[in-house]
Design a protein around this ligand. Structure first.
Ligand SMILES: Nc1ncnc2c1ncn2[C@@H]1O[C@H](COP(=O)(O)OP(=O)(O)OP(=O)(O)O)[C@@H](O)[C@H]1O
Length: 205
């Protein structure tokens, strides 16, 4: 699994930049608040246009300013776990999971429910879920979108200490058993050291 990311984008009075090539299952992006970690994920997902650079994951070019390639977000097949989860509050868990579902993924809905242990939550509304349960549902929604790679933005935010180990273990299983390349944002170095093959400290721009 390979990542080749060379990105530059001016945002307000900052320049957000990353230049990194690695063979890795999971790359952790770390750095202080405001350095541009989420913006990098948004660029890889196709939600924010870089000013210049390229994005290649597993040899596939998603963006390349030099050759005019800019695949639309829907065509990049990212499974994006947003920092604020973005579960739809008016939909039960089962409808949240089905939102954005695509055929062709490695996992069936039954597989995902069993893998994440969320089968008993299907009829609950998001407001009734604990932080850890909501996180597992959001991971499930990302997995059901038949992703080619995963973007995870601070997935342990809002998860209490007791459930952190559980979610960390699940992310390790996603990394090892599903073998999807993962770009993972965290400001917690211990979390990065536990999960990542490579850790990238984002420079202040
Ligand atoms: N649309 C925008 N216009 C101007 N500046 C922006 C815009 N979006 C983000 N920024 C700025 O760009 C910088 C990077 O933001 P980003 O959310 O990517 O940082 P981050 O490293 O993920 O931060 P955190 O760890 O706090 O989530 C911040 O200084 C932010 O204020």
């Amino acid at each position: 699994m390979s990542f080749d990311l060379r990105l530059r984008r001016r945002l307000g009075d900052r320049t957000i930049a990353l230049d990194y090539i690695a063979d890795a299952r999971l790359i952790a992006l770390t750095g202080p608040s405001g350095v541009g970690k989420t913006s990098i994920l948004n660029m890889v997902a196709g939600l924010l246009a870089p000013d210049e650079g390229h994005i290649r994951i597993d040899g596939e070019t998603l963006f390349d300013s030099a050759s005019g390639i800019d695949r639309p977000a829907a065509d990049r097949h990212a499974g994006y776990l947003f920092q604020d989860l973005r579960l739809f509050p008016h939909m039960r868990v089962d409808r949240n999971l089905r939102y954005g579902r695509r055929p062709g993924g490695a996992l069936s809905e039954e597989d995902v429910l069993a893998f994440l242990g969320i089968g008993h939550l299907l009829h609950r509304m998001p407001s009734t879920l604990s932080g850890g349960e909501a996180q597992r549902v959001a991971i499930g929604r990302a997995l059901l979108s038949a992703p080619r790679f995963l973007l995870m933005d601070e997935p342990l935010t809002g998860v209490d200490r007791a459930r952190r180990a559980e979610i960390l273990h699940l992310i390790e299983r996603v990394r090892d058993e599903l073998r999807l390349p993962i770009l993972y944002v965290t400001h917690d170095l211990r979390e990065a050291e536990r999960l990542a093959d490579r850790i990238v400290e984002m420079p202040e721009g």
